[in-house]
Design a protein around this ligand. Sequence first.
Ligand code: SF4
Length: 375
Amino acid sequence: MLSARELATFRKQLLAWFHQFQRDLPWRRTQDPYRIWLSEIMLQQTRVAAVIPYYKKFLERFPDVQTLAAAPQEDVLRLWSGLGYYSRARNLQKAAQQIVAKHDGKFPTHPEDVLDLPGIGNYTAAAILSIAFGQKHAVLDGNVARVLARLSAIRGDLREPRRWEKLQQTADALLDTNSPGDWNQAIMELGATVCTPKSPQCLLCPVAQFCEGRKLGIAEDLPEKRKKRATIQVTLAAAVFTDKNGWTLLLPPPTDKNQAGLAAFIPTIVSRLWHFPTVSANGDPAAKLRTFLKRFLPRERIAKWKLAPAAKVRHAVTYRDITIFPFRINLKKLPRIPGAKHAALHEISVLPVSNLTRKVAQSAETAAIPLSKKR
Ligand code: SF4
């Protein structure tokens, strides 16, 4: 607990440090809530360096909320392609449509209205409202929680609801209400550049004299590790059809209807985007794939097709450790599957596809390609 005087010094030192050492980031040069919102959504689960080129390209194509709201979803996903966690892009567009429909295209300023937007939780709402509108809301996410846990020497699982609530109270008490936007960015910047998850650089810290974790010599041990969910091994097989022109076939983004009867995790693994025909394949992947393809192509003599194995691909999605066996199936003509899309195999990466699908395409491009007879 800091005295009023200590608190004033704490705030002054942190803000002065931020004003001198903050990184020059594109979203720090604006007060436009749309741009700040976009940066906050892109930065969820993604590093700053990875976000910057996506942020710039996205704004070139969708410079304001109206353009984003009116765009085909496929264009939005295409510009998000490679950034991962595609529900963020879908929610961003749904929220843009809600802003146009309910708020006349202006970003709402009431917390309740902001929290009502798809994809916006307490942290993002506080960040936008404080940075764009100067409202007095303190941010709390994993990054800020780590800093606060070290400053106050808080042990245990920070995500435990009562502990998280306590951390929010601490964040609220520390907030500099004269400049809440800068304050929130300052504490986030401290966590991102100095009070980092591993090896906090306490010698460079502008508020080191207030840090209980440092005084007790336990800063590096905080926050204490959460129990990790056990990793699950998943084996898949994917069919990469190609014709003589190098075109391939992708299935549409999975929905409950078109994925009925398949392993429930497939839509998550392909990020609900365009993807190669993919099936869970413990045992003999080629045999599993042939059986699976029968479902779409009951009249084809799939048993006669040559399935050329490409190099297996490894990929991780949250707690799933995925091994996928791509098979190249070269045919004179691509088979007809309702709803499927045809595209040049070497241009897959410009489509809205997941990183897993890109990896499969890259692997398949290098596979040997014996020609199969169709039918
Ligand atoms: S002194 Fe060290 S542990 Fe404490 S807030 Fe600063 S960087 Fe983090």
